[in-house]
Ligand binder design. Structure first.
Ligand code: SF4
Length: 252
């Protein structure tokens, strides 16, 4: 009997100009995440009931339909590395799809290590939720008791990725009102990212709802605030960018 490997998929966006800096890619949204970030905009992907188990070969076929129009695929979620077996198989079968980018929260360094060994990924974007303070980090992930463990795992993931200089590595933080929006937080984050060459500040948005409904009514941080925080990051990292609703991605 053939053992077909599947992935739990929340959706596929055929063409995107915002999910791989400088490239046009398709995007696949994978389900499940070990975190419960209260500000999560992809909250529907945290519940497998909102997703479909799909055979890898079918996913590849669908993505190939668009390969003439895009340069690759961004794999995002949820947390893609949570579906270890399916993700590895997808990367095996999909290595000819062009540039492959992985978005991750960094919680599973062992799987990131496996993926790095495959040498098929060209870009990794890893969330730095906030500064490496256990209470603060755990709270930002919606798991206040687990901050210490999460920080350890995330740091290990960063260390592993930095050993692969051929990979474009982006560390990124979503600026969320009253949670992660203070100058001293950004300063502490970037000063702890030794070796990281690209740092992106993303503007919190709630137009699609948030995991914790209390975050839904928060206003987006202002454009000027985003620039101000980016200028602080610039003291430590040369390539600093912001992603805002107003202007998309900008290098500061
Ligand atoms: S924002 Fe948090 S909860 Fe949502 S997918 Fe990302 S890591 Fe998971």
């Amino acid at each position: 009997m053939v053992n077909l490997v599947t992935l739990s998929v929340g959706g596929i966006k055929d063409i995107s100009t915002i999910d791989y800096p400088g490239e046009v890619v398709s995007v696949i949204f994978l389900c499940g995440c070990p975190f419960k970030c209260p500000f999560c905009q992809n909250w529907s992907l945290l519940d497998y009931k909102n997703c479909n188990d799909t055979e890898i070969s079918d996913i590849i076929l669908k993505l190939k339909d668009y390969s003439d129009f895009v340069n690759g695929v961004c794999i995002t979620g949820g947390e893609p590395t949570l579906q270890e077996k399916g993700l590895i198989e997808f990367l095996n079968q999909g290595k000819d799809l062009g540039l492959l980018k992985l978005d991750t929260n960094g919680f599973y360094p062992r799987i990131i290590e496996e993926i790095l060994k495959m040498k098929v990924i060209s870009y990794i974007a890893l969330d730095i939720k906030t500064r490496f303070n256990p209470i603060e980090y755990g709270t930002a992930c919606g798991l206040p008791e687990s901050g210490e463990k999460i920080i350890k795992q995330v740091k290990r993931s960063i260390e592993l990725i930095l050993k692969e200089p051929s990979i474009i590595f982006e560390a990124r933080t979503t600026i969320v009102p009253n949670l992660i929006d203070k100058e001293e937080q950004i300063e502490e984050i970037v000063s702890s990212l030794s070796g990281v060459k690209r740092y992106v500040l993303q503007q919190f948005r709630s137009d699609g709802g948030t995991l914790d409904p209390n975050f839904k009514n928060l206003e987006m941080p202002s454009y000027s605030k985003m620039v101000k925080l980016a200028e602080i990051a610039k003291k430590y990292i040369d390539d600093v960018r912001i992603r805002t609703l107003l202007n998309g991605e900008e290098i500061i």
